[in-house]
Design a binder for this molecule. Structure first.
Ligand code: IPM
Ligand code: MG
Length: 372
């Protein structure tokens, strides 16, 4: 298969983790006889530095003319600590999602057997957890009208949803549940918010078309508690933009690190693949950022094009790296930690030589010992 992939490394650790995903995709292309072409463009704080805007026109054009987009991370502390900044890196990501119509953000969360004791949650609570979060991505409070009064003492953000916006992601969530364990949980705040009541109404209507899927509702405050009390009850979680943002960071604790969480953002025409984590500026260029979220986002990209064996190969390689503790410090505190690029090297090597892991393992540790 021929694929043109727009690569938007972005800020902080974005470039270094994205490099590992590209490395891995190149290995897949070689082993499975595909042609992947990567075209790189700026987004976020780096784009503000270079062009004055977080999403330059040429970046958007490149994305719109590519088969898929691989996204790194976005954000810089100089904007976080300046509430009066007129341009912000995050606006680039939001505009990209909106312009490309990426209305569904799918965030798979699972507990890896080898990492069960890395999570602050108890093993018996997280063992076997396998959740798919369907977060609405182009509506709600993120995109409603924003206002600040002239004297700067009053602000508002409008939360708005249309029936159509709810319907299209709801169908995706129910279809996903049909291929999983057959349950959708709608997370909302229908006891307080009008938008949430519309979500309940529309989702309840659509649920009737999927008689093989069980439907369940949870208020978001309760859902936040259930996520750490009994996450095994969840199969597909369907939720609006802001609740999905929050609940997915919380869910990442189950896997042991947010550095493992990948996501796919899809619409009718375009698809973008991005780690759930942010730009982690303190870790930039230190080689300590976990590249697995970016590498697994590349696996989701392959699945999107129905390259299932290829994606599976990446997942097997990732599992192997975790099992052998070829991992960055976020999940590897008790062992020799391995740098971002060495984790990428291992996964790349594994894809080329799946039967030869012991040798790779030794090489990695040898290589590492000369670096530390
Ligand atoms: C995410 C991020 C973004 C969001 C930020 C960077 C705008 O937190 O993808 O979860 O809030 O959607
Ligand atoms: Mg987030």
């Amino acid at each position: 298969m021929k694929l043109e992939i727009a690569v938007l490394p972005g800020d902080g650790i974005g470039p270094e983790v994205t490099d590992q995903a590209i490395k891995v995709l190149k290995a897949i292309a070689l082993e499975f006889d595909h042609m992947f072409k990567f075209r790189i463009a700026d987004v976020g704080a780096v784009a503000i530095d270079n062009y004055g805007v977080p999403l330059p026109e040429q970046t958007l054009t490149l994305c719109a003319s590519s088969d898929a987009i691989l996204f790194g991370a976005i954000g810089h502390p100089k904007y976080d600590n300046d509430p009066s900044a007129k341009v912000r890196p995050e606006q680039g990501l939001l505009k990209l999602r909106k312009e490309l119509g990426l209305f569904a953000n799918i965030r798979p969360v699972k507990a890896y057997d080898t990492l069960l004791d890395k999570s602050p949650l108890k093993r018996h609570i997280i063992e076997g957890v396998d959740i798919s979060i369907y977060r609405e991505l182009t509506g709600g409070i993120y995109f409603g009208k924003k206002e600040l009064s002239g004297d700067g003492n009053m602000a508002s953000d409008l939360c708005q949803y249309s029936r159509e916006e709810i319907e299209r992601i709801t169908h995706l969530a129910f279809e996903a549940a049909q291929n999983r364990r057959g349950k959708v949980t709608l997370v909302d705040k229908a006891n307080v918010l009008e938008t949430s009541r519309l979500w309940r109404k529309v989702v309840t209507e659509i649920a009737k078309q999927y008689s093989d899927v069980e439907m369940d509702f949870l208020f978001v405050d309760n859902a936040a508690m259930q996520m750490i009390l009994n996450p095994k009850q969840f199969d597909v979680i369907l939720t609006e933009n802001l609740f999905g943002d929050i609940i997915s960071d919380e869910a990442s604790v189950i896997g042991g690190s947010i550095g493992l969480l990948a996501s796919a953002s899809v619409g009718k025409k375009y698809a973008m693949f991005e780690p759930v984590h942010g730009s982690f500026p303190q870790a930039k260029n230190k080689g300590i950022a976990n590249p697995i979220a970016s590498i697994l986002s590349a696996a989701l990209l392959l699945e999107h094009f129905e390259l299932f064996n290829e994606a599976q190969m990446i997942r097997i390689a990732v599992d192997k790296s975790l099992k052998l503790h070829i991992s960055t410090p976020d999940i590897n505190a008790n062992y020799d930690t391995i740098s971002t690029s060495k984790v990428g090297d291992f996964i790349e090597d594994f894809i080329h030589n799946p039967g030869d892991t012991n040798m790779n393992f030794n090489n990695i540790h040898l290589g590492q010992s000369t670096i530390i």
